[in-house]
Design a protein. Structure first.
Lengths: 182, 182
DNA sequence: AATAAAATATATCAATTTGATATATCATCT
DNA sequence: AGATGATATATCAAATTGATATATTTTATT
């Protein structure tokens, strides 16, 4: 699925600017499942306009800065649902943190611990934001997606907390063993 | 983190060909945290060679097809650990399936159900492959990463199974209500 | 034994996407 | 009045994806 489909899908819920789409796709409730930047969103909107899948009203009144509010057309709707008829591709998960973790035995224990603690905080924040979004949102299908994220992040948080605890226990033992040798 | 670092990291565990790296990064135990294609791996290996971070032995004996076995150099090791000293970027999760799910009320119920069932099977497969890898693998840090994937996929599988059950209950009620009207 | 299919292996390339930056206005705080 | 941050569009080099081409070796099928 490409950014064009992403934009078309988001615009099927409400008309908005490219800036708004980016906010949803990079910071908002959508951001935990799909991402996109200005560099792909604006070209995508241009292409969608060319194809007649979206139209925009150019709100450049009184010398105000241009502000293009995009909305999906009937043709766009048809195209969107044609796309959604195809099989969705597999989930993609990329974690630089997990890659780093492969080298934990080659790092200082305290450095890896910092990574763990930071990741726990990060996961907690994500979880909180997803739960908040889930409470506020009254769009039924969004609940499913948000709940998916909540379930995933809860599991991860739990896993990380347990690992941190066992990590600290091990470190204590290492320190103990070292002092035993003295 | 870019594909160069990914390759360097993988090569720090064992020498191998670009083909092997791609297998690890797209199909193997690494694939659930990072991905890469030939199109990025081969250029990355060229650059790493130019930089002196890896070397390769060109095994093209007896008119056999060329086979470049890459290994990391001391300089490469130093560079890798300099890179790992920086903060890891955030996890990235992209799910076309979840995007599709936002439109579940605009699909035929049976179509969305198919998506759910397929996703459950897919998750089960991933989980199985991660658990198998975890059993076979005796590299301690890999256990952490694999366990992370297992925890995540277990939570997702559980969530999907529950949702499917409630979905079927709801559908039954809808059918019931429809026949009540007759 | 012959042949078909699948795996191994390198390589390239157009299309897409990222990540960063430039520009300018508007809103809010000090 | 000035500073900071949010709103908003746009562009571009660099990185990555996804697909394809090529050729050999291994495995499975008939």
């Amino acid at each position: 699925m490409n950014v064009r489909t992403l934009c078309l899908g988001i615009l099927s819920f409400a008309q908005m600017t490219g800036y708004d789409i980016r906010k949803l796709a990079a910071e908002g409730n959508f951001s935990h499942f799909c991402e996109a930047n200005y560099g792909s969103i604006y070209p995508a909107l241009s292409q969608l306009t060319k194809d007649g899948f979206v139209v925009f009203t150019d709100e450049a009144l009184d010398g105000k800065p241009p502000r293009k509010i995009y909305s999906i057309t009937e043709k766009g709707h048809v195209h969107l649902f044609e796309t959604l008829d195809k099989q969705p591709g597999p989930d993609r998960f990329k974690s630089e943190f997990l890659f780093y973790s492969l080298f934990q035995d080659k790092m200082q224990a305290s450095d890896f611990r910092k990574l763990l603690v930071r990741k726990i905080a990060e996961t907690r924040d994500t979880l909180e934001s997803l739960e908040k979004a889930n409470d506020c949102c009254d769009h039924e299908p969004s609940h499913f997606a948000l709940g998916y994220g909540v379930a995933m992040n809860k599991a991860v948080l739990d896993y990380l907390k347990k690992y941190l605890a066992s990590f600290d226990t091990t470190q204590k033992q290492v320190t103990q063993n070292l002092s035993d040798k003295d």
